[in-house]
Design a protein around this ligand. Sequence first.
Ligand SMILES: [Zn+2]
Ligand SMILES: [Zn+2]
Length: 264
Amino acid sequence: MRYAALASGSKGNCHAFSDGDRTLLIDAGISLKQVRLRMESLGLDPDSVRAVALTHEHSDHIGAVGVMLRNTDWAFLATPETKAVVEAIQRIEIPPQRWIPLRAGFAVDWGGWRVHPFTLPHDAEDPVAYRVECNGFNAAVVTDLGHPTALVADHCRDLDLLVLEANHDVDMLRGGDYPPPLKARILSRVGHLSNASMAELLASVLSKRLRTVVMAHLSEQNNDPDLVRVVASEVLRGWSTALHLAHQRDPFRLEPPEVLAASL
Ligand SMILES: [Zn+2]
Ligand SMILES: [Zn+2]
């Protein structure tokens, strides 16, 4: 299994999982052109993409859905609530044959992969994160959540790879230039995950199996990559878990043996 962080941050999110034959994207927050360019730059075949799993309707996660609908044959995995609100925002209609309906808490079989959406505390219609399991490889992409919940932690156990939000440093956000209502939204229980809350969640799900952690959805204004590294490294001290930071503009790819080391 290969994983690629194609883009991560408030200007657009897209993650890719590929078994070599088929690729599943998580979110469509960067343009179709950028998805293709970035996959090619990483040696991944854009024609292997079969579907996009949507987490929620915020623009940094769905901006390219309309273009993808018109210009590809990809399927869209989404809950009925998210599908409806994405269709309203993008003024599109995802036809039944292009829609794989999801319900938070229930895994679906996607050609032998297990794709399991689960609920997040976030200010959207029906926000979910995804756990993806394929050939004994377990991964989860968990961003856009206001606080760690027991349910989220439960789904982050026994993973080989965890992509986890580290959105902001609370002091940087409080002292920064954002308007007070926006600060309040981000800091709320349904906003975004602070570095401190990320550390709390990460500490609760550490295991020998978890070989790779990717910090994601970092705020460019209210966080500092070096600070995220310090906070996460402190949690990971004593564990042989590799740490990576996903970027808005610089995609990267992880693959065996690093990603799969624990399950080979
Ligand atoms: Zn987001
Ligand atoms: Zn969001």
